[in-house]
Ligand binder design. Sequence first.
Ligand code: HEC
Length: 425
Amino acid sequence: MRTGISIMFAISAALAFSADPVTFTKDVAPIFQRSCQNCHRPGSIAPMALLNYKDARPWARSIKEKVVRRQMPPWHIDRNIGINKFKDDPSLSEKEIATIASWVDQGSPEGNPADMPPPRQFSANDQWHIQPDLVVSMSKPYKLRAKGGDEYYDIDIDPGFKEDVYISAVETKPDQGFRVVHHATTNLVEDPEEDPVGLFLNEYAVGKNADLFPENAGRLVKAGSKIHLNLHLHPYGEETPVLVSVGFKFYPKGKVPKYVTFTQHMGDVKDDLDLPAGQVTRSDGYFRLPKPALVSAFQPHFHARGKAQCMEAIYPDVNPYSARPLPAKVETLSCVSEFQFGWSLTYPYAEDAAPLLPAGTIIHVSTWHDNSDNNKNNPNPKNWVGYGQRTIDEMSFAWVSLYYLDQADFDARVQTRNAANMAKR
Ligand code: HEC
């Protein structure tokens, strides 16, 4: 692991020169307040609280390991390759990581209690990654039985939209029973007679954050649409009530965004997915963009054997009929190199970094599964695994959010982007 090693060097170098003792109250608590406590507090999703010194002290070693390896806070995009500018990037800076590591190396001292910042206040909305304008929930919890195989539960909920609305962000999350919710997909059903399945809206899988659409781009929800929820549930040993909610952020009333955005699978490998027992296997899938596009987010999807995924763009040939054609230009857009099972995060690109891709670009998705016993999440390293819906089967694709552009708009944006890049040099 290259990153880990270089971080360790940076940390030991920083340590050798730091004279000031690092304390919990002065240096570490402010980082925890901003980056950890929303999950690490009673009633939220993490197994232990990190609100004060007493909470944190017993976890010091583990905290150092998790932050140095960038497993906490969860954000597993590979920083060494591809695009590295995202919206709402929660990850720690190198300096914050060094501070936490030094604190642990110095014996995790508490410091002066007077240095402790006032406690962070949380509201019900802090459970969300967005500040929703509207939250729509199932009317009552579904009771999942204690034991047995996976179960699917389908239900329509009515958001009560009397007129068409454009949403700028959407997030689906379990309010009750998050442990048993393997994933939840939401579809917009505009007309139950005509199209009972509806249009894919978004997906929640364990650890998922919100879908944020780019500036001037929204998802259209027509008046009267219902939201169809499909829950994929995995019994956990005790009867569990499950309640799922969908939170929306809207464009201001009357504002129609210029682009209508959507999220779809790319690079699926289905029947060919062939994962022999005891080894790491790579599989490759492709999707050709029919029109120029702006790609706004990337989210790898696999199950417990997921190890890594990269998305690259294979550009159309510039001059394919030349006697000496050049090789196609290939660019890695993003990789998640150390996927952590349980964290199906979406990575929304910053506005000025979101890939602008010409018509005919092939999105190439490479996925690595670890079906060996090195993978501690592997339910059974002795079994061959292939494609399937169940938690114990595997999948291999990327969720990609995008919208299409007309050629003139695309050309203009490429020019603006190039000019901005030139100016930065
Ligand atoms: C988005 C929610 C979230 C954030 C933010 C977050 N954590 Fe976690 N953390 C979890 C969950 C859930 C687990 C248990 C599952 C796992 O390990 O992935 C966990 C596990 C851990 C563990 C391992 C506990 C064990 O059982 O060994 C440590 C240590 C930890 N977190 C520290 C931190 C620190 C330090 C931060 C901030 C720098 C942080 N976390 C930010 C949700 C979060």
